[in-house]
Design a protein around this ligand. Sequence first.
Ligand SMILES: Cc1c2[nH]c(c1CCC(=O)O)Cc1[nH]c(c(CCC(=O)O)c1C)Cc1[nH]c(c(CCC(=O)O)c1C)Cc1[nH]c(c(C)c1CCC(=O)O)C2
Length: 342
Amino acid sequence: MSQKTILRALAGERLPVPPVWMMRQAGRYLPEYRATRAQAGDFLSLCYTPDLAAEVTLQPIRRYGFDAAILFADILLLPQALGLDLWFVTGEGPRLSTVTSAAQVAALKPTDAIHDTLAPVYETVRILARALPAETTLIGFAGAPWTVATYMIAGRGTPDQAPAHAFKAEDRAAFSALIDRITEATIDYLSAQIEAGAEVVKLFDSWAGSLKGADFDDFALAPTRRIIAALKARHPGIPVIAFPREAGPRYAGFARATGADCVALDNSVSADWAAAEVQKDGCVQGNLDPRLMVTGGDALVAETRRIVAAFSGGPHIFNLGHGITPEADPENVARMLEAIRG
Ligand SMILES: Cc1c2[nH]c(c1CCC(=O)O)Cc1[nH]c(c(CCC(=O)O)c1C)Cc1[nH]c(c(CCC(=O)O)c1C)Cc1[nH]c(c(C)c1CCC(=O)O)C2
């Protein structure tokens, strides 16, 4: 069996101390990240410069000794590789050219053309596979099709994903074709990350919670299942983490329905409920409220310990319920790690 703690937990092993990493662990809360980002000039240049992207991936590993490193990139690089324009507005977030018709779906670049744009990401993975400490697991990632589609349709982040819901309601066939195109491209994108050295991959479905009923089945669950089945066929033994954020009761059964080796939990579900209803099917990850990394104090330590205790009966990877924010205090990360590792 692998000695890497993350891989042991993903294989279903209960460990006395849970392995730990954090969503957005390379990010603006760290002064060394801000310095490298300034050197790169802007966020996308940082993503597409392998030496610098590898450097920011390694920064939180050096500072905190996390058990996993997550490739530094962004879920919106794939839409760009499919032919959309992408830029980031400082202080606001991403902007993309949009896809809102069957003709625009058909005009996206073919899947085998994505690697031209994404080659630097694979090079970052290769650098990291060589540079990481022997005990650190390298996680690759992509956005899940629904979440990626919400940005491609709206051209930006939206609080309620209304433009994507409208497209789905107006032309379900064209919307489904878009989901299929993203699904196919995601399979090849993650496959290439694995071939470059990613040991685990994670699918971020940040907006899964806005899909209800049959829509959740068709556009959160089914594409995830299809991606995982294709990856398992091509790369047996590579674990997959699924993050259907704010899926609520639909977290139960999600691993069984999709074949995910681990389900990442946001902080809106109770740890005790998830221990009973989600962890019974395998590894779970997440749940700590990222706001505690800003406020810290005794509440951070108490909540960290409560989550460790709640999931102590089965396989568990400690993580936050969503990404750490720029306002977080780096000292609070150290405090959290001390509460987990003692
Ligand atoms: C929805 C989404 C995106 N990107 C991602 C998601 C899914 C997870 C989630 O829900 O947060 C995923 C992501 N984005 C980033 C990573 C790198 C790995 C990591 O450390 O977790 C990962 C895994 C870097 C990033 N991606 C982004 C930053 C900040 C950019 C900067 O340095 O200015 C980082 C470190 C920018 C980004 N990228 C995206 C948005 C909406 C924004 C702007 C909001 C923000 O600034 O936080 C799209």
